[in-house]
Design a protein around this ligand. Structure first.
Ligand code: GLU
Length: 503
C-alpha cells in the first residue's frame, strides 16, 4: 500500500481558554506534520452547544498565531474538506447516523433522563449495553409502528451504538503499542441526539477524521478510553483501511505531588496554565497567560516540546526548526510529564539572552511607560543590553534593577552601600573626577577610559564605589563607563554634583 499523505488535525472544543496541555498536543501535531511534509487541519468540535463559550475559538487561533504554530487548512484557513466547524456539518452526520441505523449497527432509544436514573437505582453499576438494552425503551424492544409513532409525534430520542459484547478491540498506538480491551466493558454510546439534531463527539470525530483524510490522531491521554469505541466505529462504517494511526500523549502532571496539572496548581504556585490571558465571559474572572506574563513564544515552545519527549542528547535549547528535524513521535514517553514551571522560567531567561535587544524593546517600553518613562527604542535597547545578563527570567524584572538609568537617584546615608562607600575624601575624589570628565568632548566609554584609567593608576585612586553612589545611589547597575556614556556628560556631571552636595 502506498504511504499515506500525513494529515493531522487539532480539534478543540470551544469551551473556554485553551489549556497548556492542549497547546502541547497541537505542537506535537505540528512538528509531526512538518517533518513529514504533511498538512495540519484546525477543526472546531462544537457539537455540545451547552458548553459553547463565545470568544474561545478566536482565543485559540490567537494563541497559535502568537506561538508560531501554523495550520494549512480549517476554520479561518479554508480548504477542500470544509466546513470545519462541526455545528455546520449537521446534514453530513445525519447521513452517517442513518447508515448505521439502516444496517442495524445502531438503534433509537427513547429513555428519558428520569427513566435512566431509575434504572441506575434498580441495577447496581447500570450501564446501557448488551445486558440491559432489552430492558429499556428502544427500537430493539418496541414494535416498529410504535417507534415510528413516537418519532412522528416529536418525542425526543437518541441514537445509540450497538456494541457486540465479547470481542477483543485493539488500539494500535504509536506510543503505547497494542492497547487491548474487551468490548463487553463498553456501553452503547450515544451517537446522536434528536433534541439538537447534532451528533455527539464520538460520531462527529470519527466521521470528520475519515472525511478529512486524517492519517494520524495525536491527542492527549485523556482520550485513550474513547479509542476502542472509535476503532469499533471505523469498523462499523467499513473504514478500517483508512483508519488513522493513534498516538496518545502522556499527561502533564502537577509540578509537585500527585495527579494531573490543573489550573489550581497554577494559581497556587504562581504560573499560567493558559497561553494568553483569558477573560471568562461568564464569571468575569481573568486568568493569566504566558504572553502577558512576559514569556517569549519561542521559550514556551521549547519548554512544552520537552514535556513528554526529548532528543536523547543533552541539547536543551531547540528552535522550532530543530524540533521539526529531531522530534520523534515514537520516542514520546508513556508516563506523565511533570510540569516543571521553574524550568519554563529558565527557558525564558535563556531565550531573552539569545534574543536581539531590539526585539525585547516593546515589552520593556510597556513597563517603562507604566512608570511614566518614555525613551527612544535605541536607548531602551542599550539598557537591555547592559542589564539582561543580570539574573532575570522576565523583561519586567528589569525595571527595579535599572530605574536609575531614567530617574536621578535620591542620595542618602540610609542606604547601606552609600554609608559603606561614601567615606572621608570621597567628595574630594569625586570633585577631581568631575573636573576630569568636564574636559571631555567625546563621552564614549573609550574616551572616558583613556583619561580616567590614567588618573586612577597614577594617583592610586579607587573611585568606583563612590562614583556608583553618584550615578546609581546604591550598589547596583552595570559597568560605570557604560552607564556614564549612556547618561551622557551633562546628566553624569549633574548627578555627581548633586551627590557631592547632598552627602
Ligand atoms: N474535541 C476534542 C478535544 O476537545 C478532540 C479530541 C480528539 O482529538 O479526538 O480535545
Amino acid at each position: 500500500m502506498a504511504e499515506r499523505k500525513v494529515r493531522v488535525r487539532f480539534a478543540p472544543s470551544p469551551t473556554g481558554a485553551l489549556h497548556i496541555g492542549g497547546v502541547r498536543t497541537a505542537l506535537y501535531n505540528y512538528l509531526f506534520a512538518r517533518q513529514h511534509g504533511g498538512e495540519m487541519v484546525f477543526r472546531i468540535e462544537d457539537t455540545d452547544s451547552n458548553r459553547f463559550v463565545p470568544g474561545a475559538e478566536e482565543y485559540i487561533l490567537e494563541s497559535f498565531r502568537w506561538l508560531g504554530i501554523h495550520f494549512d487548512e480549517g476554520v479561518s484557513f479554508g480548504g477542500d474538506h470544509g466546513p470545519y466547524r462541526q455545528s455546520e456539518r449537521r446534514e453530513i452526520y445525519k447521513k452517517y447516523v442513518d447508515q448505521l441505523l439502516e444496517e442495524g449497527k445502531a438503534y433509537i432509544a427513547f429513555d428519558t433522563p428520569e427513566e435512566l436514573d431509575k434504572k441506575r437505582e434498580e441495577i447496581p453499576n447500570f450501564q446501557y449495553d448488551a445486558k440491559t438494552r432489552h430492558l429499556m425503551r428502544n427500537s430493539l424492544t418496541l414494535p416498529k409502528e410504535e417507534v415510528q409513532a413516537l418519532i412522528d409525534g416529536g418525542t425526543q430520542y437518541v441514537v445509540r451504538f450497538l456494541i457486540e459484547p465479547g470481542q477483543d478491540v485493539h488500539v494500535d498506538d504509536i506510543i503505547r503499542g497494542d492497547v487491548k480491551i474487551n468490548s463487553s466493558i463498553l456501553d452503547d454510546k450515544v451517537l446522536y441526539k434528536s433534541a439538537d439534531c447534532l451528533p455527539t463527539y464520538h460520531l462527529a470525530n470519527i466521521v470528520d477524521d475519515h472525511l478529512m483524510e486524517i492519517s494520524h490522531v495525536i491527542r492527549g491521554e485523556e482520550w485513550l478510553p474513547s479509542a476502542p469505541l472509535h476503532v469499533l466505529l471505523y469498523r462499523a462504517f467499513g473504514w478500517e483501511d483508512t483508519m488513522p494511526r493513534f498516538a496518545h500523549l502522556p499527561l502533564l502532571l502537577k509540578p509537585d505531588g500527585k495527579g494531573k496539572l490543573s489550573k489550581r496548581d497554577g494559581d497556587r504556585l504562581g504560573f499560567p496554565v493558559f497561553p494568553l490571558e483569558w477573560h471568562d465571559p461568564k464569571t468575569g474572572d481573568v486568568s493569566s497567560g504566558y504572553r502577558e506574563s512576559g514569556y517569549l513564544p519561542e521559550a514556551v515552545i521549547n519548554f512544552l516540546a520537552l514535556l513528554g519527549w526529548n532528543p536523547g542528547t543533552d541539547q536543551e535549547i531547540l528552535s522550532m526548526d530543530d524540533l521539526i528535524a529531531q522530534f520523534d513521535l515514537t520516542k514520546c514517553s508513556k508516563s506523565g510529564a511533570r510540569f516543571d514551571y521553574v524550568k519554563g522560567q529558565w527557558f525564558n531567561r535563556e531565550y531573552i539572552l539569545a534574543t536581539d535587544n531590539e526585539k525585547l524593546v516593546p515589552e520593556f517600553a510597556k513597563i517603562l511607560s507604566e512608570n511614566g518613562i518614555n525613551e527612544t527604542p535605541e536607548r531602551l535597547a542599550a539598557v537591555i543590553g547592559m542589564m539582561k545578563m543580570k539574573k532575570i527570567n522576565f523583561i519586567h524584572e528589569l525595571w527595579p534593577l535599572c530605574d536609575f538609568f531614567f530617574i536621578r537617584p535620591e542620595y542618602s546615608m540610609d542606604d547601606k552601600f552609600t554609608r559603606k562607600n561614601w567615606k572621608e575624601g570621597a567628595a574630594a575624589e569625586m570633585q577631581e573626577l568631575v573636573a576630569l570628565l568636564e574636559g571631555l568632548d567625546d563621552f564614549s566609554v573609550e574616551s572616558q577610559k583613556a583619561v580616567v584609567d590614567v588618573w586612577t593608576e597614577t594617583g592610586d585612586k579607587r573611585p568606583w564605589n563612590p562614583w556608583r553612589v553618584c550615578l546609581v545611589g546604591t550598589g547596583k547597575g552595570p559597568d560605570m563607563y557604560e552607564l556614564a556614556a549612556f547618561l551622557g556628560k551633562e546628566e553624569t556631571l549633574a548627578r555627581m554634583r548633586a551627590a557631592i552636595e547632598k552627602l
